[in-house]
Ligand binder design. Sequence first.
Ligand code: C5P
Length: 292
Amino acid sequence: MKGEAVVLCPAKINLHLEVGPIRPDGYHDLLSIFHMVDLYDTLWIRSLKSSDFCSVSGDFDFPQAENLIYKAIRRFQNAAGVKNGFDVRADKRIPAGAGLGGGSSDAAGTLRALNSMCGHILPEDILRDIGAGLGSDVPFFMTAPAAIVSGRGEHVEPLPPAEGLWCLLADPGIVVGTAEAYKRLDVSGQLQPLGGRDSIVAAYTDKGPCFRGFSNTFEDTVFKWYPLLRQIKGSLEQIGALRAGLSGSGSSVYGLFAEKKDALRAADLIKLPGVAFREVKMLARLPDAILQ
Ligand code: C5P
């Protein structure tokens, strides 16, 4: 057992996100292209002698028992029969309720780091099943920097990363509740059966006129709820983003640019009160936990 690990947990954006009608289990089938970006939460993990003691500290505004990092530790201990406890310190940089997957990425990073610290005691498929039980986006964060994701989120097929593109993330400081956003989609009556996977993969792989045909089912509903988000998307398109859209159920809106200077120029020109911009690169590889 290694005593300590540091793991970077990246944020994601959804280049494309289709949501199908509600399933009998209350979830929705998805067809989505997820891509990681280089904005990270950092976790410092220390193993402890007693398995009774687990602690997660950081800038969280909810109880420890609801924290996905804490839940990931407890499920890992049970599945692996590990007797050690763990102490985790989290430096949160990914805004919460922003559609960037921060909580899910932290859970995935925790599972991967604990498994590395324990000499890969659990096979990858078991680790991924634990991840899927913690949240729909967690399997993606355990797999690859870019992927087409389907089912509830558990089917993850890696895609080549869209290297070289710059992403301008607009953070309007709004917290969108994912479960509430799904409920609003249900009552909108707009949910249609999912389209074909192959045309989406082809549009991603060609890149051509930058992801032609990509969309996000949440946009109509969430833009009615928070009109500022529609305004941000419109501004990004007007200024020449190759693609602009809502990430997940929001509240982040992103614009893609070929050059860093174009992203910086857009951030400079778009003046919307309360909206902060951050330029990030599309990630080319999943960061490994560093053992100490
Ligand atoms: O799986 P996770 O806990 O992240 O999902 C949060 C909520 O989002 C779920 O309770 C469900 O209401 C909704 N959801 C969904 N279909 C998905 C993923 C999430 O309805 N594929």
